[in-house]
Ligand binder design. Structure first.
Ligand code: F6R
Length: 260
């Protein structure tokens, strides 16, 4: 696992946008897995700025969804499909034909989950998956004690995650209890995992992910199993890392050609 400590969220966004640009240079029709929430927004802003100034061609890019609320009505502004359309597809000038996501409105949730697994496999798999992290260590919506081998399925949000996400809804009661999320086993099949964490509120979860034991109690610790996992953290989120100085020195000495 590579850990990169950046000065702030904007620098993290730029760094990850650079890695995505390098991926697109190698593979113009790459499948990019996108997370929602606040953390990845600087990545999407950095990508959109590059598209706007003509330095990045996303003409072949495909985008897929990590997780979704179950049971919100189609078109709800806080469904993750709507958020991705607003924050990723529209700013990058991509149509819905470039997008893959689970159907959070389906009455047959197991069938919707199986269909999404099949769609991801049919698309050739995710090349680079952007991840955020919950304060409880979740990735996607794989809450603590999710199976490390799990596939796309329904999960119940913890009270903590519902409270964390209440800021997106008019009232806390409106936050759905149930979600559809790629499983940890599904996420681990992506070619490159890139987790961005910013702010002091993520410092404990980051420390447990990077330095703690591999444990279903900290779902993000599953990144330790992946051969190409990058954790990008700002100073505040890095504050609890015991090996912070080692991570800084390693990255400072890294040859530029290696990229992330
Ligand atoms: C959402 C997702 C979640 C979030 C996490 C952190 O698609 O995958 O794991 O990344 O809940 O959310 P923020 O970034 O809002 O703190």
């Amino acid at each position: 696992m590579e850990v990169v400590i950046v000065p702030d969220a904007a620098a993290g966004g730029e760094l990850i946008a650079e890695a995505i640009a390098a991926l697109l240079a190698r593979k113009p029709d790459a499948l990019l897995g996108v997370a929602t929430g606040s953390t990845p927004l600087p990545i999407y802003h950095a990508l959109a700025a590059r598209v706007k100034d003509g330095t990045l061609d996303v003409g072949g890019l495909r985008v897929c969804q990590l997780d979704e609320y179950a049971g919100l009505p189609a078109g709800h502004p806080e469904s993750y499909r709507s958020v991705i359309a607003r924050e990723v597809l529209e700013p990058l000038g991509l149509g819905l034909e470039r997008f893959l996501g689970p159907d959070g409105t389906s009455a047959d949730v197991p069938a919707a989950c199986a269909a999404y697994e099949a769609a991801l496999a049919g698309a050739g798999g995710v090349d680079l998956q952007i991840l955020g992290i919950g304060t409880d260590g979740h990735i996607g919506f794989n809450e603590p004690c999710s199976s490390l081998a799990s596939r796309t399925r329904i999960k119940t949000l913890t009270p903590q995650t519902r409270e964390d996400n209440a800021r997106f809804f008019a009232s806390p009661d409106e936050v759905p209890h149930h979600v559809i999320t790629q499983g940890i086993g599904t996420i681990l099949e992506a070619g490159h995992l890139v987790l961005l964490a910013t702010g002091a509120g993520k410092a404990d979860a980051v420390q447990a992910t990077v330095e703690g034991p591999l444990s279903a109690l900290v779902p993000a610790s599953a990144l330790q199993l992946h051969p190409h996992a990058t954790v990008v953290v700002d100073e505040a989120a890095a504050a609890r890392l015991r090996l912070a100085d080692y991570f800084r020195a390693t990255y400072a000495a890294k040859p530029a050609w290696q990229g992330l």
